[in-house]
Design a protein around this ligand. Structure first.
Ligand code: DC
Length: 219
């Protein structure tokens, strides 16, 4: 099975670019950030104080997260409820960033991610796909862009009333959390290709990456 690993910070366009790539390659796209968001959403609606280890352990036992892919669109289910849209709120982004620093959560989701990638060709995007989840991925891309460009993209995506400066502040904070946490921090794998797309549209980015991937995997 072939795995294309796309890692990078928030707003680098990973999810959109991965979706385009998966469609063009005929692969399944797995947005792993949605899994962390799913866990965060559970903690949020159930008011779980996940800093207490006993609460965290119990909550992870009570969670069943599943993803479903059809027509190159990923849906995510939490205990059989479709939460695909609900996990996109900014407050869930913040909790997801916090919970993704917990080793219990990462171990719980590691197995799930590997299971998903086991029997199919995937374009998997996240923060630690090339470094931890699928270290033998055939192609590893580290996608990035300047914080300002990433904030601008996020700002345009959000339907909520949030100012550009708040989004930029959140991006910088999340970059700090994701890059400085002790376990599985966001970092480029030594064998990943770094691609800064600050001056490209996401469609252009996907086209350029597609050329790189085709060259590598001979598709
Ligand atoms: O890509 P995203 O914004 O949907 O990710 C949500 C959070 O989950 C983000 O703070 C980083 C974290 N995450 C992670 O730690 N590892 C991954 N493989 C994917 C996401």
């Amino acid at each position: 099975m072939v795995c294309i690993a796309i890692d990078g910070p928030s707003g680098s366009g990973k999810s959109t670019v991965s979706k385009i790539l998966a469609r063009k390659l005929g692969f399944v796209n797995v947005d792993t950030g949605a899994l962390y968001r799913g866990v965060a959403y559970y903690f949020y609606i159930n008011n779980v104080d996940f800093r207490k280890i006993e609460n965290l352990t119990q909550a992870l036992k009570d969670i069943k997260i599943e993803i479903e892919n059809s027509n190159h669109t990923q849906k995510i289910f939490l205990n059989n409820e479709d939460i695909t849209d609900k996990i996109r709120l900014e407050k869930i982004s913040k909790i997801a960033s916090e919970v993704s620093a917990l080793s219990e959560v990462r171990i719980y989701l590691l197995g799930l991610q590997r299971e998903i990638a086991k029997n199919r060709n995937v374009v998997m995007d996240g923060r630690d796909i090339g470094t931890v989840v699928i270290p033998n991925a055939e192609v590893k891309i580290f996608l990035t862009a300047s914080p300002e460009v990433r904030a601008e993209r996020r700002y345009k995506q959000l339907s909520e009333k949030v100012s550009y400066s708040e989004v930029l502040k959140d991006i910088n904070e999340r970059d700090m959390n994701d890059s400085n946490r002790e376990i599985c921090p966001l970092r480029k794998s030594d064998d990943a290709i770094i691609f800064d797309n600050s001056s490209y549209t996401l469609e252009e980015t996907a086209d350029k990456l597609l050329d790189i991937i085709k060259e590598r995997v001979g598709k």
